[in-house]
Ligand binder design. Sequence first.
Ligand code: LMR
Length: 396
Amino acid sequence: HFDTVSLAPADPILSLTEAFKADPNPDKINLSVGVFVDQSGVTPILDTVKEAEKRMLESSTSKSYLPMTGTPAYASLTQKLCFGEELAAQLQGRVASLQTPGGTGALRVAADFIAKNLETKTVWVSNPTWANHKGIFAAPGLKVETYNYFNSATLSLDYCGFLESLEAIPAGDVVVLHGCCHNPTGADLTLEQWEDVARIAASKKWIPLIDFAYQGFGDGIEEDAAAARIVAKAGLPAFVCQSFSKNLGLYQDRVGALHVVTDDASNYANVVSQLKISVRVNYSNPPAHGGAIVTTILSDEKLTEQWHAELAAMRERIASVRTQFVDALKAAGVERDFSFLTQQKGMFSFTGLNKEQAVALREKHSVYIVDSGRINVAGITDDNIDRVVAAIKAVL
Ligand code: LMR
């Protein structure tokens, strides 16, 4: 009965971790998937999260279902984190927020909602973008187009090309933008550039969808929220897909949020009703544990402060690895200029290495990077940096 099933291509990111796990080389290094590791090579559970879980263990009384949208407390706290207190208050009655299984869950609920309820059937993503975006939006039948974003010759933002693309996007279409720490390139927009984007969205009448998976990994929690806030402040309809995988290290708990900002409060009830349908047919209601951790932390001033400090330490480690890495490449006599790495933000950078070189890194040196040349900078440690540099030198 399964003769009709053909072999699917492997996931370009997650299959590399499978291959990494199967690699018997004790010196193997995984710089593929976006997971933070500390100086000792471990992906830690944050102390703040441990403390929240301790409290939850003592105070929780039931494992009954959550509402389809998650709890009101979670919605309100994540809105404030995303939009800031003041703007979140202004958006009341216009923004529909739900807890989702990770940022991916938020994107998928948004995709279903768009496909079923909006006139447009086209979503635009940056070239390049996170390898899973196309699959998520294509799944409910949307057409996925790309806009200019990155100049692969200079390995930096192609701002002119980007604006040209944005100007040409038809009214009503949805445009996926990376709120901060662009995945995979690490090339972000400045505040002024975000203002331009919001102006174009308003005049061309397309709908921004901000994929916001790295709040706090770029310049800081407030700073990184600029894109979502500029767009919402401009009164535009928008989607924001939030994730707590990275900034709270809750990868396996699958916790995120979808905020749908309507430009007219009279649409709010209808929007919520349709979002619930999308949730119900996909996973019925969200898993509770991760959401409870987020709620426990964000509703307690002390825990929130402790989280900010732990997040700052992760952000600072990545920034210092970027500098160390560039210095180490130079010191090893690598001629190619990698100084652009220090300008990029977040976990990822496009190294400019090609597919052949990525494959050689994997097969000859057991260094795993995505075929596009993307590396997870956060995977580099004092212990492995020399081996990473030597391997890159060899494949160049
Ligand atoms: C990544 O891009 O590596 C992360 O967002 C993890 C994932 O699910 O791909």
